[in-house]
Design a binder for this molecule. Structure first.
Ligand code: FAS
Length: 401
């Protein structure tokens, strides 16, 4: 039976970055992905890379096209009641910047680099199942082209996203789940129109939140607060543009419109699995946690997890030291909960509370006060900047306590 050192389930940002970081330490891995290469390289998702993510990818030679084509961002804009505030997070946090680079482009880069290096990625694998995760010789069973396959591993990394199979391979009762459903949803809009801004805009409005994100010179991503149970098909294009025009409006600024190419509704939800490991199975990225997209953290957190895991596996393989592996979950969860707190705080700052929420009118006033504080106080702005750009905790970087 074929054997590898680390079996990786999922070719998303977590699985692919992990494979690269392991290879650079001479550790073999096989990535097993359920979709086709074409599908994962065109799946539109995240777009904002934290400073530490950009630095990590660049340091490991994974960011050449990202640095060439990604757009550097050094500030963001908040709007409320027609007022606009620019928060210069780069000035406030040691010159650190963010990069707008579509997730699917990063995935395509990581796939190409793996395949160019002759490394194995199994695409269109079905019935993928991690087995024997409690013993010293776990294995992954899957079928490809109708052929049943098994892969022996030392370690299995569950990088298969929120709807994957890895988390469910752990016996019931061995994991704790923390779940939060915010009372708002996001209507995600992809439009074939260039951006009307050079920086991301977050708007707090009586009609609900609106966001103007960026993707490329010809495609823009927008978000409108909606009910979590909304059907995107109930949102006509002209209604969408009318709401974006009203919620983003500020004197002297115009919003360009264009054909809408995609509409999706996502609820704003948090989910955390503790611990993020069981036996020889290690969960990373969305397989272990999801955060409200308000703070643009999901992909960054996934890459932060595998940086810790790759460091811990390097120690284990090189010296037999398993301290990093034993503390993998604790190390990652400090960042996971920091991100959950920040993303939840930011979501409540920017979204109109449900009318039937007790104290909704009072909360609305507190939102104005909170936003004004963030945008006018250096201390509050710096705290926002540290969390938004990506907090750097030397003590836990790469799993070194
Ligand atoms: P992923 O879900 O990216 O990758 C998991 C991989 O595993 C996938 O390729 C999947 O096909 C594969 N897989 C699943 N089940 C499998 C199985 N049984 N066998 C084999 N393979 C399997 N985050 C942000 O930071 N900013 C954003 O703006 C943002 N917007 C988003 C918009 C949408 C619509 C969605 C759904 C998510 C968004 N996210 C955003 C979050 C998102 O980017 C994730 O955090 C990020 O993809 C996490 O990366 P992974 O953990 O690698 O999981």
């Amino acid at each position: 039976m074929p054997k590898t050192q680390v079996g990786i389930i999922g070719a998303g940002p977590a699985g692919l970055v992990l494979a690269h970081l392991l290879a650079q330490q001479g550790i073999e891995s096989v990535v097993i992905e359920k979709h086709s290469r074409d599908y994962i390289e065109h799946r539109v998702r995240a777009g904002l890379l934290e400073h530490r993510t950009v630095e990590l990818l660049d340091r490991h030679g994974l960011g050449e096209r990202m640095l060439r084509e990604g757009a550097v961002h050094r500030g963001t804009e908040f709007r409320t009641n027609g007022e606009r505030y620019r928060l210069p997070y780069s000035d406030l946090y040691g010159g650190r910047r963010m990069l707008v680079y579509p997730q699917q482009e990063l995935v395509a880069d990581l796939v190409r680099l793996r395949l160019d290096a002759g490394a194995p990625i199994v695409f269109e694998a079905a019935d993928v199942m991690p087995l024997d995760i409690e013993g010293p010789q776990p294995r992954i069973r899957y079928t490809v082209d109708g052929q049943a396959e098994e892969l022996d591993c030392d370690i299995i990394a569950g990088c298969d996203g929120f709807h994957g199979v890895s988390r469910d391979a752990v016996p019931p009762g061995a994991l704790n789940f923390y779940d939060q459903h915010l009372p708002f949803g996001w209507l995600g809009i992809l439009a074939a129109v260039g951006p009307s801004t050079s920086e991301i805009i977050y708007a707090l409005h009586d009609r609900g939140f609106a966001g103007h994100m960026l993707r490329t010179d010809t495609v823009s991503r927008f978000y409108l607060q909606c009910a979590p149970e909304d059907d995107p098909n109930d949102w006509a294009d002209d209604v969408i543009w009318d709401e974006l025009q009203r919620r983003l409006a500020t004197p002297g600024w115009t919003l360009s419109e264009g054909p809408i190419i995609e509409k999706t509704v996502a609820e704003l939800r948090s989910f955390v699995t503790e611990p993020m490991q069981y036996g020889r199975l290690f969960l990373a990225g969305d397989a272990a946690h999801i955060a409200p997209p308000t703070g643009a953290k999901g992909m960054n957190l996934a890459i932060a997890d595998v940086e810790v895991l790759a460091g811990a596996l390097g120690d284990w393989y090189l010296t037999g030291d398993d301290v990093g592996l034993q503390s993998y979950s604790d190390t990652c969860l400090r960042r996971v909960w920091r991100v959950q707190e920040f993303s939840t705080w930011m979501s409540w700052m920017l979204h109109r509370p449900p009318d039937d929420m007790p104290g909704a009118a009072f909360h609305r006033k507190m939102q104005e006060a909170r936003l004004e504080y963030v945008c006018t106080s250096t201390a509050a702005g710096t705290s926002f900047a540290e969390n938004y750009v990506g907090i750097e905790w030397p003590a836990i970087e790469a799993g070194k306590e």
